[in-house]
Design a protein. Structure first.
Length: 98
């Protein structure tokens, strides 16, 4: 019964992270934090789903590995953007300024 509640909470957190992603997109750091919340809620949901149907957690391990890679790549982009532009505003992204 507790796995049901955990999967319900993870689905709710997934949708709340998507709402946060769609509403707060001014700074790159906000976007990265929202994407990390989406990844973690999907990880928890997959873990509870695989535990419920008695499979091993290889897919959840792959998802958490990809989430860590996504976070490190996003932070490196954030650092390089702050060094080049001085801010992390999404509105300063432009492909015309090459």
């Amino acid at each position: 019964m507790s796995l049901f509640y955990l999967s319900l909470i993870s689905m709710l957190s997934f949708f709340l992270a998507l709402v946060t992603l769609s509403l707060q997109y001014k700074h790159l750091l906000n976007i990265l934090l929202s994407l990390e919340a989406v990844t973690m809620s999907l990880f928890i949901f997959l873990f509870t789903l695989m535990n419920n149907i008695s499979f091993s957690g290889e897919m959840a391990l792959i998802l958490i590995t990809l989430g860590a890679c996504e976070a490190s790549l996003g932070l490196s982009i954030l650092v390089s953007m702050i060094r080049m532009r001085g801010n992390d505003y999404v509105s300063s992204f432009s492909s015309q300024k090459c």
